[in-house]
Design a protein around this ligand. Structure first.
Ligand code: 5GP
Length: 213
């Protein structure tokens, strides 16, 4: 296989648009795609494990990481700090593996403007309607009415940034959206700039041409 450079897939959406399901679908589809584990100052929720969903850090430690330039991007979301540690990202994509990010619009913007900006593929996921978004949020039985209202407000704020993404998928049908997401990943991987190994490959083709003369 021709060596390639990994891509940074940023999937943005308001909560309730199906992002969690599509994230796990993409990760299960191709083991070459890894989830980018962010650092956060928010406490772990039941069932979350250190290093799997997040790296849970104190505010002091988080600030130290930012000050030492260890974060590729960082932002405050709902009063907590979130950020993407740089080292793991660079290591993963240089090995030709892709990374999937679940970060907010502020982080996505910083990532696109970072030194790895040309490796970013951004996809925005829209709900088919606001009524649909609300009923999906309500279906999460653990949330109170107040929490749901808060999430609706955040959803409106997140949707305001839909034009930041290169690709937009309206999630009317989960299977269809998942298939479209895979197609985006497949096409992006095939871009010439993402296949540095092609230079050598084409040199080989040219050598064959010469051999015929
Ligand atoms: P939660 O606390 O519910 O897991 O995530 C809350 C919000 O923080 C979500 O919108 C999620 O996309 C965002 N988020 C998670 N990790 C990061 C990160 O590393 N950077 C930024 N900018 N946002 C993040």
């Amino acid at each position: 296989m021709i060596p390639r450079r990994g891509i940074l897939i940023v999937l943005s959406s308001p909560s309730g648009a199906g992002k969690t399901t599509l994230t796990s679908d993409l990760l299960n589809w191709d083991p070459l795609i890894a989830f980018s584990v962010s650092a956060t100052t928010r406490p772990a929720r039941p069932g979350e494990r250190e290093g799997r969903e997040y790296q849970f850090r104190s505010r002091a430690e988080f600030r130290r990481m930012v000050a030492d330039g260890e974060m590729l991007e960082h932002a405050e979301v709902f009063g907590n700090l979130y950020g993407t540690p740089k080292a793991a990202v660079e290591e993963t994509i240089s090995k030709g593996r892709d990374l999937l990010f679940d970060i907010d619009w502020q982080g996505a913007r910083q990532l696109r403007r970072s030194e790895l900006g040309r490796d970013v593929v951004s996809v925005f996921l829209l709900p088919p309607s606001i009524a649909d978004l609300r009923s999906r949020l309500e279906a999460r039985a653990q949330d109170s009415e107040e929490v749901i209202e808060g999430r609706m407000e955040q959803a409106e704020n997140e949707i305001d940034h839909w034009t930041d993404s290169e690709y937009v998928l309206v999630n009317r049908d989960l299977d269809e959206t998942a298939a479209n997401l895979r197609m985006i990943v497949m096409a992006e991987r095939l871009k010439r700039v993402r296949q540095p190994g092609l230079v050598k490959f084409v040199q080989g083709l040219n050598a064959e041409f010469k051999g015929r003369r």
